[in-house]
Design a protein around this ligand. Structure first.
Ligand code: DQA
Length: 143
């Protein structure tokens, strides 16, 4: 079973963002760490990133058609994209929302997730471990 891992806007420039929230890892290192954990767990993953709402929605539609489980960091779209929420709610396999930082400990606009209500669960605040924990949780969910 393949798991699709989607990352939203600005995550490709991780090492240039606020270090107190995102640490020092760059995006290729984040990808490599996720791939390493997936291989330990014997899970096949495909990891993609886009700054475009439209492209993320197309990938979610494809995942729905292929019945792929999705681990998703929607980045800033988390807080306001009803279009992405609607696409996530159309998924046909489980989805887990992840965040590197803990949005609830940050600015007030980050306290709302329009995505949380349409996913199995959310893991936030553990840096790259949020993705590792999501892989473990997803493996248990899909068996
Ligand atoms: C983020 C948290 C969001 O609030 C922010 O807009 C991001 C990254 C995270 O992984 O911590 O871009 O999703």
């Amino acid at each position: 079973m393949k798991i699709l891992i989607l990352n939203g806007p600005n995550l490709s420039r991780l090492d240039l963002r606020e270090q107190k929230h995102y640490g020092q890892m760059d995006y290729p290192q984040l990808k490599a760490a996720i791939e390493q954990k997936a291989s330990e767990l014997k899970i096949d993953v495909e990891i993609k990133q886009s700054d475009s709402e439209s492209e993320l929605i197309s990938w979610l539609h494809e995942a729905a058609d292929k019945k792929l489980p999705v681990i998703f960091n929607p980045a800033a779209f988390t807080h306001y994209s009803y279009a992405i929420r609607d696409a996530v709610s159309m998924l046909t396999a489980p989805a887990i929302e992840v965040h590197l930082s803990n949005p609830l400990s940050r600015e007030e606009f980050r306290h709302t997730s329009v995505i949380s209500g349409v996913v199995q669960g959310t893991i936030a605040g553990f840096g790259v471990d949020s993705y590792r924990l999501a892989l473990i949780a997803m493996q248990k969910i899909i068996g």
